[in-house]
Design a protein around this ligand. Structure first.
Ligand code: HEM
Length: 356
């Protein structure tokens, strides 16, 4: 990503970061970057190429937030057919299914043909296939189960880390003081290095504070995942029936003036001064990863991804607004509709390589 940005004039950071997290998830889940095999959309923005997989994912995300009459008024389900919604769902499902079949069979063939000691990356599909063939387990895993979990990982894994890193860069561009402080921290310690790695990050408290503050103000899943009550309960005098759908507004909680001083202000220092508060689901004032049994299972991976991406973006480049763009408009904080809270306007910036 850093190399690609170095060779670009104006960078669409939104697209660049989506492509980065998509590649990462592909490598972890599938062993290689399938997304890079066929680029179908090149928007002429340098780094702004989107892979076919990303286009499929975008369509899946868009379909997930549509309103379906069948969900709420089953008798009116035919309206969804008329509006072409079910056709789009079916098409997206079939394309994903074809992709997963190909990837899973690729793995099966590779494992069968690779009886030698040749070293191969052990990815999530390999682990699932081993579980599928392990008859000592107390459950049976089917190919459909594997495809469903892959869908979960793709939908949940690509967007959140990319959206958060974009929000962090947006906030830093609006707050030059914080950007300077972060650059000074990173370059002061690692100015002579090309790449900031996972070990280096442990020595960057301000970077961690910037990310926590970003997750407080811009949690990518503001309503977490819906829950359903199991039994009747009473909350502050309100009787809640069993099987009630419950949404937790993590966004509102983290901006509640009862919990936070000047909650609308981007102030990473608050996490340095009050360093006992963390975003990992134990402090209920800020729960961007949710909490309890349903907490994000990839919280650590999400955090490390954002830390590495942001540290290297800020370490390698000085950032500016492209000529002709309006500052207020570019850095505004309006959001796109969707289950993940993305910045509405793609973030376009000019990256100037930093030379020590
Ligand atoms: C900044 C990064 C991330 C944030 C803020 C985030 C946030 C969340 C939240 C709020 C939930 C719902 C938890 C709840 O309702 O209590 C969730 C669930 C989930 N996340 Fe993440 N996530 C991130 C990164 C990732 C990544 C990188 C992956 C995959 C590699 C991932 C996979 C999942 C999955 C599979 C679920 C669903 C669990 C279930 O069905 O209950 N997340 N995430």
């Amino acid at each position: 990503m850093i190399r690609k940005i170095s060779s670009s004039q104006v960078v669409n950071l939104t697209e660049t970061l989506m492509s980065f997290t998509n590649t990462l998830i592909c490598r972890v889940a599938l062993g290689k970057d399938y997304g890079n095999e066929y680029h179908v959309v090149d928007e002429g923005l340098g780094c702004g190429q989107r892979s076919k997989l990303q286009v499929l994912l975008n369509e899946a995300q868009a379909l997930l937030v549509e309103f379906y009459f069948s969900d709420h008024f089953p008798l009116l389900g035919w309206v969804d057919w008329l509006r072409g919604k079910l056709w789009r769902l079916e098409k997206n499902f079939k394309e994903f299914d074809k992709f997963y079949e190909r990837v899973i069979y690729d793995h099966m063939n590779m494992n069968n043909n690779n009886k030698s000691n040749e070293k191969k990356v052990h990815d999530i599909i390999d682990i699932f296939l081993e579980m599928m063939n392990d008859h000592s387990l107390p459950f049976e895993l089917s190919l459909d189960n594997i495809k469903a979990v892959l869908m979960n990982i793709f939908i949940a894994g690509t967007d959140a880390s990319a959206a958060t890193t974009v929000w962090a860069m947006n906030a830093l561009m609006k707050s030059p003081k914080s950007m300077k402080k972060l650059q000074t921290e990173i370059r002061g310690l690692f100015g002579d290095k090309d790449f900031i790695n996972e070990d280096d990050i442990q020595r960057l408290p301000y970077l961690k504070a910037v990310i926590k503050e970003t997750l407080r103000m811009f949690p990518p899943s503001p309503l977490l995942l819906p829950r359903e009550t199991i039994e009747e309960c009473n909350i502050e005098g309100y009787e809640i029936k069993p099987k009630t759908l419950v949404y937790v507004n993590a966004w509102a909680i983290a901006r509640d003036p009862k919990n936070w001083k000047d909650p609308e202000e981007f102030c990473p220092e608050r996490f340095i001064e009050n360093s006992s508060i963390d975003v990992r689901g134990n402090d209920f004032e800020v729960i961007p990863f949710g909490s309890g049994r349903r907490i994000c299972p990839a919280m650590n991976m999400g955090l490390v991804t954002i830390e590495i991406a942001l540290a290297n973006l800020v370490h390698s480049f000085d950032w500016d607004l492209p000529i002709g763009f309006d500052k207020e408009e570019m850095f505004d904080t309006q959001v796109k509709p969707g289950i993940t809270m993305h910045k509405k306007k793609d973030l376009f910036l000019v990256a100037k390589k930093h030379v020590m």
